[in-house]
Design a protein around this ligand. Structure first.
Ligand code: HEC
Ligand code: HEC
Length: 663
């Protein structure tokens, strides 16, 4: 026995070392959501997921490019392989970021703008490592979710982002319509003189269309606080007599201020609308940088949002075609750049949170994330029963639809118009998913309608959004802030009160309980009865209906639904039918569903029928051609040392350095 002690002890030590080595390796490679392996991979080296639902690509920062022929760059992912770009963007929204990706930095610290009590910041930071941990109903999509500590003790509920691109486009359109009314001399900003006597009245639909209404967003003139008397959805940025931004101006009483520019805040429940508060992020791109920073401690290095050629409110126009605003510039400004060997700008070494990890989110990452959110399918309508139809009529009759406006039109793009206020973007998406309930099969079904045209050049083919007009049906919002009564007022820590809220778009509302900005209503009837203020008449009308009629309204609202996109039956190849046994790369993938992986230039090939470790016959949906399908060998995506910095920007492509490419 005595003799065996060194052996026992030695064996134990070896075991510990092996475990440490193994788990260290595992830690280095794996995370819950990144599982590229198939049944033949050793799960210690390459975590696997035979359901095929996990993220199949390693964390590699996408490189921003503007030339679509740069293979694997962000413009290539948008115009040459748009579904691949969509999935790289989706992966960013679902990924559980790890320490080695630079996540967190200031866990538990509170951050954001100072609340009116003068002491408390808006919310706690670095507390989740993925967009998907809050936006997760349904799971794996840009869904709705939990209520979080934010702005005050009642908190804020997480809304869904289905159809977010359409909302963004409405906002940017309203912005141009406002300038068309007030910027008389067309110099790009609204002077105090120009504002005199003008009101912002716009319409949801063009002249002659049934359902067209006028939306009054207030007066351009100064109010007693020196701010434009516009609805809070319009956020002013003050400029001097040359139209350049005065970042420190609180209002137009400031001697240097000559007028203002505007951002339109179509996202978020409601903003505090106080001097010195930056607007709620107004574009999808900024609503990606801001949450990455606040919730996950990941700072973006994004020249698209921090460069302002005219030194006014405007930053650049993103690859996806959205005007960006300087108010959303994140802290990483690329002050110091790593050396690069090929003339590419090196990665930013600024590291604003001082956690040692550089360029945590790249400009190219934001390009593909924006591409994904812009194109994310919109909510659908479930089964259209007699009650649903009756409910929709009653909804309009009792006055709900005056705020919850059903339809909006995106005007066709005409980017060459002489008058800048007429340069509408048109529909910038590359596809529209038409989803409808099929009464025969009794399920939601879909088909893809492309919104692109093919452009052939000497260097190859690109697919570019046609930028036509588009009528959005059933979004149910006027995108205006309203005082809907005291029951909705949110008291801040110091007793000051937020009174006005953006009309919540009701699409998807059947699947997004709990309701209201604070998630305080667990069912639809109670959130409707909570309405007062400007909505008092419609609330009273609602309560006067018979119980049956109220039920019909609820039935109608419950028919506005979300759905799990990758499980949605879809005629993905456009042959007019949805196949039970859909073949991709020679493999039977089962039901033809909305899985973008089948639409890559090189579609994902699944592993197919195998026996699992228990000897049961299963179909493995893990991919077997991931490097080719996901473009991991393309020039701009290749990451030889696997440290997350692609070779093209890595200061040392063969030394693994998670921090800055070298260390
Ligand atoms: C900790 C939970 C949480 C995380 C993580 C999170 N969000 Fe959100 N998100 C929210 C809440 C809460 C709101 C509503 C905020 C408000 O209006 O005050 C919101 C609102 C949004 C909106 C506006 C939707 C609309 O139509 O009004 C977008 C877009 C969005 N988030 C994108 C993202 C992205 C992209 C990420 C990841 C980078 C992310 N969010 C991560 C909680 C979260
Ligand atoms: C004066 C404008 C107005 C009218 C009229 C109005 N609403 Fe609203 N509604 C709002 C606003 C603003 C909110 C957002 C409240 C918040 O942020 O907490 C809202 C929220 C809701 C919500 C919760 C949405 C969610 O995602 O949490 C539902 C459901 C709703 N309204 C249904 C109705 C119905 C049904 C009627 C008619 C009886 C109606 N509303 C009339 C302005 C209005």
């Amino acid at each position: 026995m005595q003799k065996n002690i060194p052996w026992i002890f030695g064996g134990f030590l070896l075991g510990v070392l092996a475990t440490a080595y193994g788990t260290h390796q595992w830690f280095a490679h794996a995370q819950q959501t990144e599982r590229p392996g198939n049944s033949l991979d050793n799960p210690i080296d390459i975590p696997r997921d035979l359901s095929g639902l996990s993220i199949k690509i390693p964390r590699i920062r996408v490189v921003h490019t503007t030339d679509a022929t740069d293979e694997g760059g962000s413009m290539y992912l948008q115009e040459v392989d748009p579904w691949l770009g969509y999935m790289w963007g989706k992966a960013l929204s679902q990924r559980n970021f790890r320490e080695r990706d630079g996540v967190y930095g200031d866990n538990g610290k509170i951050e954001g703008v100072l609340l009116p009590d003068g002491a408390t910041k808006m919310m706690d930071r670095s507390h989740t490592n993925s967009c998907g941990s809050c936006h997760n109903v349904p799971y794996r999509d840009a869904g709705a979710g939990m209520t979080i500590a934010k702005n005050g003790a009642t908190g804020r509920n997480t809304p869904h982002q289905y159809g977010g691109g359409l909302i963004e486009m409405i906002g940017l359109q309203i912005r141009l319509q406002a300038y068309a009314i007030a910027d008389t001399n067309r110099d790009g900003w609204i002077s105090k003189e120009e504002a005199k006597g003008k009101r912002l009245i716009i319409h949801n639909l063009p002249e002659g269309e049934p359902g067209r209404v006028a939306i009054d967003l207030g007066s351009f003139e100064e109010n007693e606080y020196g701010m434009p008397s516009l609805n809070p959805v319009m956020y002013p940025i003050y400029v001097d007599k040359n139209g350049q931004r005065i970042a420190y101006a609180r209002n137009m009483k400031h001697p240097e201020v000559a007028g203002y520019q505007i951002e339109v805040q179509v996202f978020g429940w409601g903003n505090l609308y106080m001097p010195f508060r930056p607007p709620v992020s107004t574009t999808l791109r900024s609503f990606t940088t801001a949450p990455f920073e606040i919730h996950s401690g990941l700072q973006s290095h994004d020249p698209t949002t921090y460069l302002s050629p005219k030194r006014d409110a405007h930053a650049l126009v993103s690859n996806a075609g959205a005007q960006q605003f300087i108010t959303a510039a994140s802290k990483d400004r690329g002050g110091v750049r790593a050396p690069s060997k090929n003339g590419m700008p090196g990665i930013s070494l600024d590291d604003p949170d001082r956690d040692g990890y550089a360029e945590e989110i790249s400009e190219g990452d934001l390009d593909v994330a924006e591409w994904y959110f812009l194109n994310h399918p919109a909510p659908a309508r479930g089964r259209q029963t007699a009650d649903v139809r009756a409910g929709e009529k009653l909804f309009a009759q009792v006055g709900c639809a005056t705020c919850h406006l059903p339809d909006w039109q995106l005007l066709p793009g005409n980017t060459k118009a002489k008058d800048y206020t007429q340069r509408f973007d048109g529909d910038r998406r590359f596809f529209d998913l038409k989803v409808a309930f099929n009464d025969k099969t009794e399920r939601l079904e879909s088909k893809i309608e492309y919104r692109t045209e093919q452009v052939k050049t000497a260097k190859g083919e690109r697919s570019v959004p046609r930028r036509g007009g588009y009528t959005i049906r059933g979004i149910y919002s006027d995108f205006k802030y309203h005082d809907v009564g005291e029951d909705f007022y949110q008291m801040q820590f110091d007793g000051s009160i937020v009174k006005e809220w953006r009309t919540a778009p009701l699409w998807g509302v059947g699947t997004t309980a709990p309701y209201a900005h604070d998630g305080a209503n667990l069912d639809l009837d109670s959130v409707i009865r909570r309405h007062g203020g400007e909505a008092l008449d419609s609330r009273v009308n609602y309560t006067k209906l018979t119980a049956k009629e109220r039920e019909q309204i609820i039935c109608f609202l419950n028919s506005l639904v979300l759905y799990q996109t990758d499980q949605l039956p879809c005629d993905i190849n456009g042959d007019g039918k949805i196949e039970e046994n859909f073949k991709v790369q020679g493999m039977n993938t089962g039901m033809e569903c909305f899985n973008p992986e089948w639409l890559f230039r090189i579609p994902v090939k699944i592993e197919g029928p195998i026996r699992n470790i228990r000897g049961e016959k299963i179909v493995s949906r893990a991919g077997v051609n991931l490097r080719a399908a996901y473009g991991l060998d393309l020039h701009f995506l290749r990451d030889t040392d696997g440290d997350g910095f692609p070779d093209i920007t890595d200061q040392h492509p063969t030394i693994r350095g998670f921090r800055d490419g070298l260390r």
